[in-house]
Write a protein that binds this ligand. Structure first.
Ligand SMILES: *[C@@H]1O[C@H](CO)[C@@H](O)[C@H](O)[C@H]1NC(C)=O
Ligand SMILES: *[C@@H]1O[C@H](CO)[C@@H](O)[C@H](O)[C@H]1NC(C)=O
Ligand SMILES: *[C@@H]1O[C@H](CO)[C@@H](O)[C@H](O)[C@H]1NC(C)=O
Ligand SMILES: *[C@@H]1O[C@H](CO)[C@@H](O)[C@H](O)[C@H]1NC(C)=O
Length: 347
């Protein structure tokens, strides 16, 4: 039996003021005035909602590439949110936890995502997606944003798979997974509808990436082979999601809901990585850059006496994965490049 241990834990925050998002000015702003981005989900899009004391994302070596020190992202640098924001021609929106300090960033929207969470409660004690949307609704009631603001807004909703990680950790078997997938996607569709009903005009939801290709799944093959069994979890989720979103769009007048195909984007980015690296010494595109020295440790681990118990690769800029479950900035950039041809759907 395969061991299922993928969980997208994100723990921790960002120096918002120092943030210098590499903005590729999209044409979006010219058409729509000031677009705002509202973000819901987990560590693939969290830019710093967890507290500094709880999250590994606030520990070295997270953030070493961008912004240069740990800042609450679960990567060495930028994550999906930052690239989507740059596509829209705006700065990365302020994390919800920092809204009172991040007034300069308020015009760009807000990020409600917490690493490790899902549509249901998971192994981390963070706000599930329903609670994240409650935070959003509360702020709308408090008039942080007007209806007019929402007219030119986009939501980014990301579900990397923590619900499945939690389910499989509890059950230890894939039995019952199809029914569970149906309930995950059903809850997700209620969430998407609710965000739309709150006034957001366009909602992008990520398909699941290939969880069987994450280092946590490929370690047993020395990072050589993706696990097809675990990838089937993603594929089934994505199939149900596709049908569900088609139905939602059928019910809404404009096609309000768009799927961002992370599965295909990860796969083509990984392939590009292979070709690019060819027969060079980096011939394990699935191997993470940052790892614990042994399996008891992970990226960011230190002993009680402060001794580092992890290693960081020599060239983070050429690795796809940063740690066991998260892409590096280079990885996210490659994923973004693969998604880019489809992002006109956000207009
Ligand atoms: C979300 O979390 C709240 C608080 O723990 C809980 O009451 C609610 O049932 C959860 N929602 C879902 C859909 O799991
Ligand atoms: C990886 O897959 C290849 C091709 O399917 C196979 O030949 C090889 O034995 C696998 N390696 C491991 C370590 O499982
Ligand atoms: C969309 O709605 C039309 C008419 O209501 C229906 O015939 C069609 O089957 C629907 N398509 C999907 C994918 O639900
Ligand atoms: C720190 O503690 C570990 C055991 O936990 C020990 O092996 C190591 O030598 C110690 N390092 C220092 C610098 O004291």
């Amino acid at each position: 039996m395969e061991k299922f241990s993928f969980l997208f834990f994100a723990v921790s925050l960002v120096l918002i003021t120092a943030e210098e998002v590499h903005a590729v000015m999209g044409s979006y702003r010219h058409h729509h005035g000031s677009v705002k981005l509202f973000v819901f989900g987990d560590s693939y899009v969290d830019t710093g909602n967890w507290g500094k004391s709880v999250a590994t994302s606030w520990k070295l070596p997270y953030g070493i590439t961008f912004p240069g020190k740990p800042a609450g992202r679960f990567s060495d640098g930028r994550v999906l949110t930052d690239y989507i924001a740059s596509f829209l021609g705006i700065r990365s929106p302020v994390p919800y936890q920092w809204r009172k300090m991040g007034t300069k960033l308020l015009p760009y929207g807000m990020n409600f995502a917490y690493g490790g969470t899902g549509v249901f409660n998971t192994l981390v004690n963070g706000p599930n997606m329903t609670t994240q949307i409650n935070f959003f609704q509360q702020l709308l009631e408090e008039k942080w944003y007007t209806k007019h603001d929402l007219d030119s807004s986009i939501a980014l909703v990301c579900l990397a798979g923590n619900d499945y990680g939690t389910y499989l950790a509890g059950k230890g078997t894939m039995q019952g997974l199809p029914a569970f997938t149906t309930s995950v996607v059903h809850q997700l569709s209620l969430n998407l509808k609710r965000i739309h009903e709150l006034g957001v005009k366009k909602i992008a939801v990520t398909a699941m990436g290939p969880v069987g290709c994450l280092p946590v799944s490929t370690a047993s093959s020395s990072y050589q082979n993706c696990s097809e069994t675990q990838n089937s979890v993603s594929k089934f989720h994505n199939q149900i999601l596709q049908q569900t979103v088609q139905k939602l769009n059928n019910q809404s007048k404009e096609s309000a809901f768009v799927i961002l195909n992370l599965y295909g984007a990860f796969m083509s980015a990984l392939k590009g990585q292979e070709n690019h690296l060819g027969n060079s010494k980096f011939n394990f595109p699935l191997k993470p850059c940052c790892m614990g020295v042994t399996s008891e440790y992970s990226c960011g681990s230190v002993d009680v006496n402060g001794t580092k118990r992890y290693t960081v690769c020599e060239h983070p800029e050429s690795s796809f994965f940063w740690d066991k479950v998260h892409p590096s900035q280079n990885g996210w950039h490659a994923v973004y490049s693969a998604l880019r041809p489809f992002l006109h759907q956000l207009y």
